[in-house]
Design a binder for this molecule. Structure first.
Ligand code: Q46
Ligand code: ZN
Ligand code: ZN
Length: 318
């Protein structure tokens, strides 16, 4: 008998298209799609991210993770609406192309979504804001603006949670970075759910937190999701990419390491074996709603007195 040179699905014996060595599992297309949905459902239930009665705002960038997440949540029967934040990144028409992918996906699936164009809404795109601003790294400016807009939209629209497409590789890279620098405050709050600590700050959830990046990408490809393949041009400078590469090298030698690394943090915190002091948190969230003041300009909660970090950003650039 000639040796078989194709992988067999562990469930049906058909042609396997994905192998997950950390789970010792190989699956065909049909069983892979179902497995991914089950993994996401399990994370939503385990971490009590949201219920089917709650409305969820999905932050969609046009990439594989966020569009794949929107697809999965919709198939699982959750009430979702997408929001795309147009950052005004003109390099290779990145923002326009991404917006188009989101529009196409929403139209094909008859899903509601809205677009916030940063330049149209606030007067400057993210790269323009960075050019005229001081100090902060562009990605820090971008993150601050996105968080503010997402919180505003979730509050105005009465959404229970904001779901983002962070996968296990993203989380493990952030964890490595925070551990190498012993960022106790960030380690304290890193996890699949960031609870709401103020009525104007929605709960943040990461339903893909147990899926490797390659698994999330494979889901989008197999499902036929048309996503933007190019990364944000500024992402190449991000240190998280470097940490991801290192973790991938370790994973290749020792499958399951990324998973154990991240799960170890969550389990250690849940059991009380790992305790990080959080008194040095420099941004949201504070411990409870009383810790916040109200920004006199935008009305959002802020930890200091006077303008919030978002409003100060525009102040320093005018
Ligand atoms: S979108 Fe914005 Fe990222 Fe691009 S500019 Fe940096 S933070 S890399 S998630
Ligand atoms: Zn199968
Ligand atoms: Zn403000």
């Amino acid at each position: 008998m000639p040796a078989q040179n194709w992988m067999k699905c562990d469930l049906c014996g058909g042609l396997a298209i994905m192998s997950m060595p950390q789970h010792r599992l190989k699956l065909c297309e049909e069983h892979y799609l179902a497995w991914v949905q089950r993994m996401v459902q399990r994370a939503i239930d385990h971490y009590q991210m949201f219920t089917r009665e709650e409305r969820v705002l999905v932050a969609v960038s046009g990439g594989k993770d966020s569009l794949g997440l929107w697809d999965i949540l919709t198939r699982l029967g959750y009430q979702t609406e997408g929001v795309y934040i147009h950052l005004g990144i003109a390099h290779e028409d990145y923002s326009d192309v991404s917006q188009h992918k989101v529009e196409q996906f929403a139209a094909e699936h008859s899903l509601p979504f809205q677009v916030v164009n940063v330049r149209a809404a606030y007067g400057r795109s993210i790269p323009e804001l960075k050019r005229t601003g001081r100090g902060k790294h562009l990605c820090a400016v971008c993150g601050l603006v996105k968080r503010h807009i997402m919180n505003r939209i979730a509050y105005e629209g009465g959404y229970a949670a904001i779901a983002t497409g962070h996968n296990l590789d993203d989380e493990a890279a952030i964890l490595l970075q925070n551990t190498l620098h012993w960022q106790a405050g960030y380690l304290h709050r890193q996890g699949p759910v960031l609870p709401s600590t103020h009525p104007r700050l929605a709960r943040k959830v990461k339903p893909l937190c147990h899926l490797y990046e390659r698994e999330s990408a494979a889901y989008a490809l197999v499902r036929g999701v048309d996503f933007v393949e190019q990364e944000c041009p500024y992402a190449v400078r991000a240190t998280s990419i470097f940490y991801k590469q290192i973790l991938n090298q370790i994973e290749a030698r020792s499958p399951g390491t990324k998973c154990q690394f991240y799960d170890g943090l969550l389990e250690g915190k849940a059991s009380g074996e790992l305790i990080f002091h959080s008194d040095k948190l420099d941004e949201e969230p504070a411990l409870n709603a009383d810790d916040y003041q109200t920004c006199p300009r935008c009305g959002q909660p802020t930890l200091g007195s006077g303008l919030c970090a978002f409003c100060r950003l525009w102040e320093t650039t005018t």
